[in-house]
Write a protein that binds this ligand. Structure first.
Ligand code: PXP
Length: 237
């Protein structure tokens, strides 16, 4: 199973002081690469609250492993992506007031904007994934739109307060992953995964990749980033 490391939270720490380059998400990306990550994930938000254009450019220029750019379908961001040329673009919903990405992207509601973005991104040779809730309707729609990768939102599973709801949310992810796999899609999953809950999701054989940010960057305060990444990798394996 592949592991993508989201380094946005290193930029969040930098922005807490509004200083130029410390701590550096670029250094974190290179450290992730050295410590066994398969890809680096960054989210260039419309409000640039953490990752900036300059971070994205520098990371893309020097990174040897895959770069996955999380992005909205806003035409300005799509144009930036077509120039940046990340290996993969993951389309996420974006609301200015949210603390983090709250729900999945709705392929039905946003179809018009998505189709326009897909056209431009594909023309630039960028592979596209969509971050969606674990719903069969969304997965089938992704297939209909000829999207070849999806990322399942694991937030509800991770935040479940009771064992019953945890089991229910797990089943939703399991069934969604199986359906997507059976349809021939590349299946990623992420959001809220941590050292306690990752094993259960990593056990789903239909999932190809996990994308994890907050827990690994947080644990790096105590362990250092290389060890925090290796500890997560051990759990996933
Ligand atoms: N995948 C997507 C699409 C996300 O938006 C995020 C959060 O930026 C993550 C994975 C990682 O979530 P977390 O930081 O909770 O591990």
């Amino acid at each position: 199973m592949k592991l993508g490391i989201n380094v946005d939270h290193v930029a969040t720490l930098r922005e807490a002081r509004k200083i130029v380059d410390y701590p550096s998400p670029f250094k974190a990306a290179l450290t992730a690469q050295k410590s066994g990550a398969d890809s680096v994930v960054i989210h260039l938000r419309e409000d640039r609250r953490h990752i900036k254009d300059t971070d994205a450019i520098l990371i893309k220029k020097k990174l040897k492993i895959s770069l996955n750019l999380e992005m909205s379908v806003n035409p300005e961001i799509v144009d930036i992506a077509t120039r940046l040329k990340p290996d993969k673009a993951t389309i996420v919903p974006e609301r200015r007031q949210e603390i983090t990405t709250e729900g999945g992207f709705d392929l039905f509601k946003e179809e018009k904007k998505l189709v326009k973005a897909l056209k431009k991104l594909r023309k630039s040779g960028i592979s596209v994934s969509v971050f969606i809730d674990p719903l069969s309707s969304q997965i089938k729609k992704a297939k209909d739109l000829s999207i070849d990768a999806i990322e399942l939102h694991t937030g509800k599973f991770c935040e479940a307060k009771t064992e019953k709801s945890r089991k229910y949310q797990f089943q939703r992810i399991y069934r969604a992953a199986k359906l997507a796999h059976d349809l021939g899609l590349f299946v990623a999953a992420g959001h809220g995964l941590n050292y306690k809950n990752v094993k259960k999701i990593a056990g789903i054989k239909y999932i190809n990749e996990l994308n994890i940010g907050h827990s690994i960057i947080s644990e790096s305060v105590f362990l250092g980033l290389p060890e925090a990444i290796k500890a997560m990798r051990r759990l996933i394996n």
